[in-house]
Design a protein around this ligand. Sequence first.
Ligand code: S3P
Length: 439
Amino acid sequence: MPKTLIIKNKIKKFNEQIRVSGDKSLSIRWVLLASQATGKSKGYNLLMSEDVLAAIDSIKKLGIKVEIQKNYCEIVGNGINGFKYKKNLTINAKNSGTLGRLILGLLIKSPKKIKIIGDKSLSKRDFSRVTIPLEKFGVKFSYKIKNKLPLKILGTQSAKGIKYLENRGSAQCKSSIMLAALNASGITSIKAKKSRNHSELLFKYLKIPMKIKKTKKFDFIEIKKPEKINAFNYQIPGDISSSAFFIVLTILASNSKLLIKNVNINPSRIGVITILKKMGAKIVLKNQRNYRGEKIANISIKSSKNLKAINCPSELNSSAIDEFLVIFLVAAKANGISYFKDISELNQKESPRLNWGSKILNMMGVKTELTKDSIKIYGQPNLKIIKPIVIKNYLRDHRIFMMSTIAALTFGNKWTIHDKDSINTSFPTFLKIIKKINK
Ligand code: S3P
């Protein structure tokens, strides 16, 4: 299979129904929590992407039995901290920040050193954001380069609950400490800036002793070490982050309609919908329902004209953190100058996405003003791309690839987009679904 995607034509008018694959955050959390449960858990509609497979491989290396069947994945947990492994174990988190950071939380009692490695992109990312709070439990880390992968973790047998302030709005940091709390005596108290709350909802469903007080900006979470976690089956809903590419495809296409069925619309994840609606996009959430604390809906989208620029409120940043690249594409076509601020975290992702987003817009002929934590985008409702575009050397960031594909299909001209395999990280069926829509 060629590794480069070439797109020469805009997408044709469409009216389709699709499903996207399972939510990545929930898939990884289900794998990690099922590994701590006692007995057999089954996960349905688990995302079968490289990030999730890396999570499965990691718990297998830690002695947990996993079977992947056609319609589900079965994990046989040995209880909390029931890992069994030999000396000199290496775990490969590959491209996944979520896996790399969350699994460290589960390893705070490891009696033997475990090495965590990752791919080129993950090895550039900051781990101090989890190693510093985990050290407070008594965990020891060693590195080649401080706070970067590869690192080694050595746990402690006497972890006591800690007090932790999570001030970035990072669910990865919050969740890493929540998982560590499963192995710490006493109470772990977390004051966390608002971020996706899948871990909290799963802890609640699993009856892990936990109290949560919510204020406008912060959640105060207290967790007590549980006696045991019961095995649990879970049906993973569709991923809003994957859906976002198709939402924007439809908004920017002409005279088209799309229904995306069974998507997780957890309020802490749908900043993209709030932002795009403020910009004038036609999006309707239909048939809303609950599943184990998570909200699910079908999302109906129509091509939208007269898009308006936005001065995006920073409170929405965390709930749209993985979707800004495609939001920028809508801003490129909006009437007026859009402004996104306090988004330095975007440069801490699989690639420096704020910089890359700006660079791609510039290649498209869109003016931007970029700082280290903000971007202004000068929208052009009649934008026409006048020269061919080549996207390469972007650290194989899956979302850069998918954003570029959506831009190519909606703004036109010839696009050559390298590293097609990058989609396997989060959304292996992305191009198949594009094909189904673009008949
Ligand atoms: C994730 C949290 C976010 C997000 C990532 C998945 C999670 O990262 O960007 O893709 O599953 O907890 P941060 O919490 O570090 O912002």
